[in-house]
Design a binder for this molecule. Structure first.
Ligand SMILES: Cc1cc2nc3c(=O)[nH]c(=O)nc-3n(C[C@H](O)[C@H](O)[C@H](O)COP(=O)(O)OP(=O)(O)OC[C@H]3O[C@@H](n4cnc5c(N)ncnc54)[C@H](O)[C@@H]3O)c2cc1C
Length: 481
């Protein structure tokens, strides 16, 4: 008997989990439980008084890989294809990425030729990292920080000026704490298996070439998708894409689709506690309880932990150990075109000790009329250190304006702005994350809990990752129940 399913959280992963589960006629009794007064979670596209889109959360999505292709398939199924704005690999936004170091902006190498030249702030051609890697001794480890792996195998300058800012850009995190498996799992495995990244790359690609029929789980999961859009993305060589009118349209379309197909979405419903019973699970709210056969949680591990602590303290402790960071997002609109160069934006390496993580040049992605839109990301792993526990929005705006104006030499007037403090918005996959996830999975199996996990705390922090994790959670429900 399938019974009723509760989905905790109405962000993109909770909505996606309900969407995929609803595909199975045996599991159509679904209720999404959302604490806030809206769906979408971190996806929020604000429209300024002048009609410009200020993205508070994600703004661009990668089309590639099984997870990228899966999201495109979802976009197609929701009839949002017409709204896609693709950015091709040849576009300046895809080619030009910068870092700010030693008081100036530096373009990151974006061609094979550039790898053979000395590009400041690097002190040697990037291609020489390959020699560093071939000479570095192999160290046998279960896990280590991204910074330490890259410093050991490719050199300190690559760790400081390439990987550390990249980690700031992807998860607002500190590369010295984030696990190597977060970004460089296969490179780490190459070292463990073959002794160096280069040797591993050559040998494993040779093996893949010989057994081309091998597919990853993700590819198998995705192989039934129509993927018209994903083929288009490949043919047109998209680097990233976004939606005209803002990415929030994706959760909005999902929520509309679910509501019109009988899925109940309960807003302003903060679930306080989960109690697992013989027949399923009891959800406790402020003044009521509801019973379900199972629950899919799309909440962050940190939010879920206290809800199960009374009954399952060991599991709660594992979930609590997945930290998350707070990010301040400051969207700015300036009159006229104030940028000297079209680019995705720039990142600031942590060793520069500036209170900003990076700046995205939104108007290069989606040009508005006669103005420039920028987004400044601040805080992350250094939020409290830089801003204390309760900074005001005025202070954050002041800091963002000061640095943006001085780095980009902006003299133009500010036309509009938006400041948001996104508390605990990005989980951090610190050293030992994968091992912790295995322990969590084993615990759920061993105790036969009707609890299925998806969202950004477990299998990837990007939008594609969380949508795929939702699909996998829905599949697990149909296979196990
Ligand atoms: C600033 C920022 C920029 C980003 N940029 C990008 C990008 O450019 N590209 C990209 O791919 N990804 C990006 N990401 C990541 C992406 O936004 C996330 O992976 C995704 O939004 C996570 O969605 P989710 O549904 O898993 O979680 P959430 O959006 O956190 O949704 C969880 C929901 O659960 C609700 N909830 C919490 N507690 C309870 C409770 N007790 N009861 C009921 N409901 C509850 C919350 O209100 C929320 O709506 C970015 C993230 C941030 C924060």
């Amino acid at each position: 008997m399938s019974g009723r399913t509760a989905v905790l959280g109405g962000g993109i992963s909770g909505l996606s989990a309900a969407y995929y589960l609803r595909d199975n006629p045996a599991f159509r009794a679904i209720k999404i439980i959302e604490a806030s007064n809206r769906t979408g979670g971190w996806l929020r596209s604000r429209v300024s008084l002048e009609g410009v889109i200020f993205e508070e959360g994600p703004r661009t999505i990668r089309p590639r890989g099984p997870a990228g292709s899966n999201t495109l398939s979802l976009v197609d199924r929701l009839n949002l294809s017409e709204k896609i704005i693709p950015i091709s690999l040849a576009h300046p936004v895809a080619k030009n990425r910068m870092i700010y170091a030693d008081k100036k902006l530096h373009a990151l190498p974006n061609s094979l030729n550039a790898m053979f030249k000395v590009n400041s702030p690097f002190s040697r051609p990037l291609v020489s990292c390959l020699i560093t890697d071939l000479r570095a001794p192999k160290l046998t480890k279960e896990d280590e920080s991204l910074y330490s792996f890259v410093e050991r195998r490719l050199g300190k300058d690559v760790a400081d000026y390439l990987i550390s800012p990249m980690v700031c850009g992807i998860c607002a995190g500190d590369a010295k704490q984030i696990s190597v498996n977060f970004l460089m799992k296969s490179l780490f495995e190459y070292e463990q298996k073959y002794g160096s990244i280069i040797k591993g790359f050559v040998k494993s690609n040779w093996e893949v070439f010989r057994s081309k029929s091998n597919k990853t789980d993700g590819q198998k999961l995705n192989s039934n998708d129509t993927n018209r859009l994903s083929r288009r993305a490949e043919n047109e060589r998209w680097a990233i894409w976004t939606l005209r009118g803002g990415l929030e349209q994706l959760p909005t379309a999902l929520a509309d689709n679910l509501s019109s197909n009988g899925v109940e979405i309960s807003l302003n419903s903060k679930c306080e506690e989960l109690t697992f019973t013989e027949g399923g699970v009891e959800l406790k709210f402020n003044e009521r309880t509801e019973e379900y056969s199972r629950v899919i949680s799309s909440l962050s591990a940190k939010s879920l932990a206290p809800m199960i602590h009374r009954q399952h303290p060991q599991l709660a402790n594992e979930l609590t150990a997945i930290p998350s960071v707070t990010v301040a997002v400051v969207n700015l609109e300036f009159a006229g075109n104030v940028l000297e160069q079209e680019a995705f934006g720039f990142l600031v390496p942590p060793n520069e000790k500036l209170p900003i993580l990076g700046v995205i040049f939104d108007s290069c992605i989606l040009p508005p009329k006669n103005s420039t839109v920028l987004t400044v990301m601040m805080g992350g792993a250094w939020f409290t250190k830089n801003f204390g526990d309760h900074p005001t929005k005025e202070h954050l705006l002041e800091v963002a304006m000061h640095h943006v104006k001085s780095i980009l030499h902006i003299k133009a007037d500010l036309v509009a702005h938006n400041v948001a403090i996104l508390k605990d918005c990005i989980p951090q996959y610190v050293v030992g994350h994968e091992q912790r996830i295995r322990r969590i999975e084993n615990y759920l199996v061993k105790h036969k809990l009707p609890l299925f996990l998806c969202g950004s705390s477990y299998y990837g922090v990007g939008l594609n990752d969380v949508v795929l994790s939702a699909k996998q959670a829905a599949l697990a429900v149909t296979q196990q129940c």
